[in-house]
Design a protein around this ligand. Structure first.
Ligand code: CAA
Length: 283
């Protein structure tokens, strides 16, 4: 099967990053979101990143223009009919994703593979919302997508070997390194990362240290490129909370209980970089 056109559903932080990488790798991209202003914002982010790469001399202006010309935007999920491969990157909510998968299954051609960029939700359950569970797979990119080399590939219970092989090849064609894992809550990336972030928040909550001190310890002491609280702000505190809830509920183990301070920040609308305030303030 030849993949020519990739539909990216969701033009937020992850979706726009995936669309950018796919367009730069030579694929035709359809970028979808539910409202025109969301797709425009996603496209604006891509344009900004590509412009910056041109300014730094890392990309030619012609390559930027070619990548942008490969992306078209839509607010109609029915556009899935023109896609060979779909990557869903909508909000981290099982009911919303399940609905998207039902609609994609109806609209996409029979050969199309439906992948989810979910960071913790069960691929097997998303697949069960379609009539093609063997063609459903997890393709979990890391943030910021254009920079991070990993794609965690998650095989659902019914995912066909051939679908896994095609997805692995696609990840490589996008310049990423695929790592395959099985379908359990949080997969590997977030099962390991989120308890660290949660524990860092507990350190602030319990008055052990300020956010700056916690992050300094992890940066200077453990050589992490950014501290866990700055990283939580980058990921989005609502997303961190959603993933911790999935781990907590999925394993029934109190070690995954989300810190009350995280819940409070999310309730306050302090979601990190995207809202201008999380553990830090942003312009
Ligand atoms: N989009 C595109 N490119 C970006 C970017 C963004 N949002 N942010 C930074 N970059 C690029 C910069 O343009 C720069 O590119 P060049 O080297 O070509 O000039 C490069 O990344 C380095 O950026 P900076 O010099 O500005 O800053 P830095 O060296 O501190 O790197 C970072 C920034 C790459 C984000 C680095 O701090 C880092 O690796 N942080 C950890 C990120 C991480 O852990 N991500 C995983 C999150 S978990 C996840 O995503 C999974 C989940 O399910 C929650």
């Amino acid at each position: 099967m030849e993949i020519r056109t990739i539909l990216v559903v969701g033009a937020g932080q992850m979706g726009s990053g995936i669309a950018q990488v796919a367009a730069q790798s030579g694929y035709n991209v359809i970028l979808h979101d539910v409202e025109e202003r969301f797709v425009e914002r996603g496209l604006g982010t891509i344009r900004r990143h590509l412009d910056r790469a041109v300014e730094k001399g890392k990309l030619t202006a012609a390559a930027r223009d070619e990548a942008l010309a490969r992306i078209r935007t839509t607010t109609a999920l029915e556009e899935a009919r023109g896609a060979d491969f779909v990557i869903e990157a909508v909000t981290e909510n099982l009911a919303i994703k399940a609905d998207v998968f039902r609609r994609l299954d109806e609209a996409a051609p029979p050969h199309a593979i439906l992948a989810s960029n979910t960071s913790s939700l069960p691929i097997t359950e998303l697949a069960a919302n379609t009539k093609r569970p063997e063609k459903v797979i997890g393709m979990h990119f890391m943030n910021p997508v254009p920079v991070m080399p990993l794609v965690e590939i998650i095989r659902g219970l019914a995912t066909a070997d051939e679908v896994y092989r095609i997805t692995e090849e696609l990840a490589k064609a996008l310049g990423k390194t695929p790592v395959v894992v099985n379908d359990f809550p949080g997969f590997v990336s977030n099962r390991v990362l989120m308890p660290m972030i949660n524990e860092a928040i507990y350190c602030v909550y319990e008055g052990v240290a300020t956010p700056e001190a916690v992050d300094q310890v992890m940066k200077l002491g453990m050589n992490h490129p950014m501290g866990p609280l700055a990283l939580a702000d980058l990921i989005g505190l609502d997303t961190c909370l959603a993933i911790l809830e999935v781990l907590h509920e999925g394993f029934g183990d109190p070690k995954y209980r989300p810190c009350p301070l995280l819940r409070q920040y999310v309730k306050a609308g302090w979601l990190g970089r995207k809202t201008g305030r999380g553990f830090y303030l942003y312009d």
